[in-house]
Design a protein around this ligand. Structure first.
Ligand code: NAD
Length: 262
């Protein structure tokens, strides 16, 4: 594996498992030092122990004060901060006619507010004069759900569309104010992580598909590449956005969905 992230210091939210853990593994393999941040302390510490040089910090991304502490801790522990991946997220499957306000509030808080607070504290640390102070790259994890209309994920899709637009505004603010931080987002296709498997189970449970396998089949049918996404597909794209190979890529959303969202 090449060392395209040699010397980079990376903070990944939702890093305890799933895509976050996969991105951390790929970035560490590319030479980065990685801080995993998650509400799942035991799982997060275990995951960090399995990734060379990785560490863990407890963080609820909806909490402004915890963000400030986690970023300060990362800058001290890793000796700086060059990349922040706003990956923590939740999905609650529901038809619009069955909307539960608290479920929507939870998705808004974690997926959208959590990403916004991540941008806030990344910018403060990485802009000139900040505790890290050398600019860098922020990668927000949106979703193919921001680019297509799939039933029973209305609330989730709305929050991920918010992450998409927020990415553009953040890139513009960073540029106009000379922060030296690129901001991009990824639109992953369906990956069979805990979240992805749950979506297939729940969309079939509410009667949209005959079975979880039929739900997966419907997604594959919509995908020119003819398969689900794998964690490594998303992780490799995140390494690209973190690295100098993407140095003039700014304010974009990159689909990593096998063409599902085209
Ligand atoms: N799996 C997919 O098919 C898919 C597709 C597109 C986008 N995504 C997005 O990718 C990201 C990762 O998803 P995943 O599939 O790995 O899901 P996952 O459920 O396996 O992992 C999500 C992680 O986020 C953490 N988390 C949840 N709330 C948190 C909070 N308040 N503070 C800190 N951490 C918190 C969880 O503890 C967990 O470790 C999410 O933003 C998700 O929306 C996933």
């Amino acid at each position: 594996m090449s060392e395209q992230l040699a010397g980079r210091r990376v903070l990944i939210t939702g890093g305890a498992r799933g895509l976050g853990a996969g991105m951390a593994t790929a970035m560490a393999a590319a030479g980065a030092s990685v801080m995993l941040a998650d509400v799942l302390k035991d799982v997060g510490e275990q995951t960090a122990a399995e990734i060379p040089g990785a560490r863990f910090v407890e963080l609820d991304v909806t909490d402004d004060a915890q963000w400030e502490a986690a970023v300060a801790h990362t800058v001290t522990a890793l000796g700086g901060l060059d990349v922040v991946v706003n990956n923590a997220g939740v999905e609650v499957t529901s038809l619009i006619v069955d909307t539960e306000p608290d479920d929507v509030r939870r998705m808004l808080e974690i997926n959208l507010l959590g990403t916004m607070l991540g941008l806030k504290h990344a910018f403060r640390a990485m802009r000139p004069g900040g505790a890290a102070g050398h600019g860098g790259s922020v990668i927000n994890i949106s979703s193919v759900a921001a680019t297509i209309a799939f039933p029973a994920i209305g609330g989730y899709s709305a929050t991920k569309s918010g992450v998409d637009r927020l990415t553009r505004v953040a890139a513009m603010e960073s540029g106009k104010l000379g922060y030296g931080v690129r901001v991009n987002c990824l639109y992953p296709g369906l990956v069979p992580t805990d979240m992805g498997v749950k979506l297939a189970v729940e969309t079939s449970a509410i009667g949209l598909f005959e079975s979880p396998d039929a739900a997966v089949g419907a997604v594959v049918e919509l995908t020119p590449s003819g398969r689900l996404a794998e964690v490594s597909d998303i992780a490799d794209a995140a390494v690209f956005l973190a690295s100098d190979a993407s140095r003039f890529v700014n304010g974009v959303g990159l689909p990593v969905d096998g063409g599902m969202g085209m």
